[in-house]
Design a protein around this ligand. Structure first.
Ligand SMILES: *[C@@H]1O[C@H](CO)[C@@H](O)[C@H](O)[C@H]1NC(C)=O
Ligand SMILES: *[C@@H]1O[C@H](CO)[C@@H](O)[C@H](O)[C@H]1NC(C)=O
Ligand SMILES: *[C@@H]1O[C@H](CO)[C@@H](O)[C@H](O)[C@H]1NC(C)=O
Ligand SMILES: *[C@@H]1O[C@H](CO)[C@@H](O)[C@H](O)[C@H]1NC(C)=O
Ligand SMILES: *[C@@H]1O[C@H](CO)[C@@H](O)[C@H](O)[C@H]1NC(C)=O
Ligand SMILES: *[C@@H]1O[C@H](CO)[C@@H](O)[C@H](O)[C@H]1NC(C)=O
Ligand SMILES: *[C@@H]1O[C@H](CO)[C@@H](O)[C@H](O)[C@H]1NC(C)=O
Ligand SMILES: *[C@@H]1O[C@H](CO)[C@@H](O)[C@H](O)[C@H]1NC(C)=O
Ligand SMILES: *[C@@H]1O[C@H](CO)[C@@H](O)[C@H](O)[C@H]1NC(C)=O
Ligand SMILES: *[C@@H]1O[C@H](CO)[C@@H](O)[C@H](O)[C@H]1NC(C)=O
Length: 621
């Protein structure tokens, strides 16, 4: 370029005073044309009017404006001599006399790509190469223009632009591989810019993520030729992420190891996160994200969410991870000490997945049960001392079981047990009083006739021993002649007191148990004899005696050794004792060893031997 401008000052110096108008030309700066077709380069030029040339000539040069460089001559109006590359290809369409230098180039080939300069030749020294020139590009592909961003769901327009500056060959544009694009439409328009023409075909459609990466083509053809030029453009569709694969809700065993995968389709690549209940566990940018969970515990149980996001949007997927485990050791939550008569509710709870079956048992007998619940209540409207004891709460599901023992402790007032009694031996009287209570009862023996009350502090007389809730006190007395002797056992704890007159029981009563079956047979024989005897004597007695042992209402001088005899001793408590009868017998000593079989008549003849013993009576002589 510098070369041609160097020449300008020379021209200006030569014609400075002569030339008034500007030396100028106009032609498009850039033009393109398809290989094999033609192009018309519109061109105008100007020169000072004062020159009034007799003839106007012109030359088109290729790639260089300056004749000194011997640039290839494209066209020369004075002669027909042109560079070999342009032979038969160049034609001046413009009328130079009308300052029209329009040039047509035909059968274009790639080597014709370059700069084209026009030089006016007005005779003599009035020759001038205009600096304005045209850059011609020989192409073989249409230009496809895509918008800077194609986003899913918003309409786009692609244009295929083709130069249209060859009057003999009109381009035809067709789109290829556009079938299936949503809502597509095509229309063409011709555009003019700086006297050059182009044909534009527009393809409008609604892009979807499935169109990402699709190659849309544009084809240029000319009627009656085999020329065909293809171009293509790969669609880069942006779209918000979508989770294409993720795990569904799962149940896993405690201690196991799992992985949760979340695969995402997005453009551009999205940020993927795994969350458990709002807490981010892992995140990364990519197409998928795997969350590994080792040694799963119930703490990992919950809702897991995969969230993915890019600038175009987000998506999420949630799943429930259910951790299966055996029941925890059951917990008994409640006071386990109660006072008899109170209502009691004991709650036993455990935790497992699936929910446990909880059973509360006592002595292997189920007392309360709940299926598929975390908690079971053992309820008593009113506890009795029999409810006292050890219970087990067991929770179980298919993965295991766990048990917790607990004690239900009932506090209750004393009960005097049936085996409380006095036994007279040859020279001692031994009284046993057994009381069941919680807390432990204090046992006192009262001898109203002797105005004495003794308890275990009198070690000489009383010995106590405790087994569970039973306190057994043994009173040992020297046997004395005391016809009125009767003994009351009193048991007391903070919930109450119980007094009971102790029945006398002959020590020989055990004899029958000791003699065994042989003895029993002997006894039975004796019994038969006795019954016969009694039936004989009774006939006489009934005639002359007013008092009879049969009269159980007032059994005189007799302590029944059996609490089951009429005049139930359970009811004959201290104070209700028949002192009146006892007092009548001041002259009598007690012979506990004497068995009076006469009393047996009160029973029928077939009374069993064991019962004989119990009906043995103490005869007061
Ligand atoms: C120059 O010549 C061409 C070809 O004849 C013609 O199409 C064009 O209109 C002319 N330009 C002007 C400015 O007259
Ligand atoms: C194409 O060729 C056919 C016959 O060969 C002719 O009739 C028609 O005019 C031609 N079209 C063009 C645009 O040259
Ligand atoms: C989650 O899905 C992946 C891929 O499908 C699979 O390999 C994996 O085992 C699944 N995880 C669970 C816990 O099912
Ligand atoms: C997950 O992504 C990685 C790279 O990001 C890839 O190598 C792998 O194949 C993908 N896995 C799946 C299951 O898509
Ligand atoms: C699994 O977790 C439990 C409780 O946290 C632990 O006692 C045990 O050692 C762990 N096992 C492994 C293999 O990590
Ligand atoms: C998950 O997606 C739904 C709609 O698909 C949306 O309402 C919700 O807020 C999203 N949750 C999160 C945690 O992003
Ligand atoms: C036992 O649990 C219940 C409810 O779970 C609670 O109201 C009560 O206070 C608990 N009792 C004890 C003794 O902890
Ligand atoms: C329940 O009582 C028994 C006997 O008193 C005792 O051996 C056991 O340890 C107690 N159990 C609990 C859970 O307190
Ligand atoms: C028993 O003691 C009371 C007072 O302690 C007394 O009044 C009563 O006379 C006494 N009775 C006998 C039989 O000693
Ligand atoms: C036993 O009797 C003595 C005197 O009779 C009395 O002081 C003591 O408190 C009694 N003990 C109990 C445990 O009742």
């Amino acid at each position: 370029m510098k070369c041609c401008y160097k020449s300008l000052p020379v021209l200006w110096v030569l014609f400075q005073g002569v030339l008034a108008g500007p030396w100028s030309a106009w032609m498009p700066e850039h033009m393109s044309a398809f290989e094999g077709t033609c192009v018309v380069i519109p061109c105008r030029f100007n020169y000072p009017d004062e020159l009034r040339p007799s003839a106007v000539h012109g030359i088109w040069y290729f790639n260089s404006p300056y004749p000194k460089n011997y640039p290839p001559v494209v066209y020369k109006s004075r002669t027909n001599i042109v560079h070999e590359s342009f032979v038969g290809r160049s034609r001046l369409l413009g009328e130079l006399n009308f300052r029209n230098c329009t040039l047509q180039l035909s059968r274009l080939s790639p080597e014709l790509t370059g700069k084209y300069y026009f030089r006016g030749d007005l005779g003599g020294y009035n020759q001038y190469t205009y600096p304005q020139h045209c850059n011609l590009e020989i192409i073989n592909k249409p230009t496809i223009v895509t918008p800077p961003e194609i986003v899913e769901g918003s309409e786009v327009e692609l244009s295929c632009i083709v130069p249209d500056n060859c009057p003999e060959m009109k381009p035809i544009i067709t789109w290829t591989n556009y079938e299936g694009l949503a809502e597509h439409s095509i229309y063409a328009r011709v555009e003019e810019e700086s006297s050059t023409w182009s044909l534009t075909s527009l393809l409008k459609f609604m892009p979807s993520r499935e169109n990402d990466g699709r190659e849309v083509g544009c084809k240029v053809t000319y009627t009656n030729t085999t020329f065909e030029f293809d171009g293509s453009s790969t669609l880069d569709v942006k779209f918000p992420p979508r989770i294409v694969q993720a795990n569904a809700s799962v149940e896993v065993l405690q201690g196991s190891q799992i992985m949760l995968v979340c695969s995402v389709d997005s453009s551009p690549t999205a940020l993927i996160s795994w969350l458990r209940e709002d807490k981010v566990l892992q995140e990364d940018v990519g197409g998928n994200l795997t969350l590994y969970l080792d040694n799963i515990t119930y703490l990992e149980d919950g809702i897991y969410t995969c969230i993915t996001e890019n600038i175009y949007g987000s998506d999420n997927h949630s799943l429930a991870l259910s951790v299966l485990y055996a029941p925890w050791k059951p917990v008994v939550n409640s006071s386990v000490v109660a006072v008899e008569g109170e209502p009691v509710t004991i709650l036993c709870s455990s935790q497992s997945n699936p929910e446990p079956m909880i059973t509360i048992t006592k002595d292997k007998k189920p007392m309360a049960m709940g299926v598929y619940q975390n908690q079971v209540a053992l309820e008593f409207e009113s506890v009795t001392h029999e409810d006292d004891g050890e219970y087990w709460c067991t929770a179980e599901n298919q993965f295991g079981q766990s048990s917790t023992p607990f004690n239900l402790t009932i506090e209750f007032p004393p009960l005097i047990l049936p085996d409380s009694r006095c036994t007279a031996a040859r020279d001692t009287v031994k009284c046993i009083c057994a009381a069941k209570s919680n807390p432990e009862a204090v046992i006192t023996f009262e001898l109203p006739t002797r105005n004495i009350t003794v308890n275990e502090t009198d070690r000489e007389f009383v010995y106590s021993q405790k087994t569970g809730y039973i306190v057994t006190s043994i009173l040992t007395l020297q046997r004395e002649v005391d016809s009125q002797l009767y003994i009351v056992c009193a048991a007391r704890n903070l919930y109450g007191a119980k007094n009971q007159q102790l029945q006398f029981h002959h020590s020989n009563s055990l004899m029958w148990a000791k003699v065994g079956p042989v003895g029993a047979v002997v006894a039975f024989a004796i019994l038969i004899a006795v019954v016969c005897y009694v039936s004989q004597t009774r006939k006489k007695k009934n005639m002359n005696e007013s008092s009879s042992f049969m009269q159980t209402e007032n059994p005189p001088v007799v302590y029944s050794g059996d609490y089951r005899t009429p005049g139930n001793p359970e009811k004959s408590e201290y104070g209700r004792c028949d002192k009146r009868l006892l007092n009548k017998r001041d002259d009598l000593g007690i012979d506990y060893a004497n068995i009076d079989f006469t009393k047996l008549s009160t029973k029928d003849s077939y009374t069993l031997t064991e019962e004989l013993a119990e009906y043995a009576e103490i005869r007061v002589k």
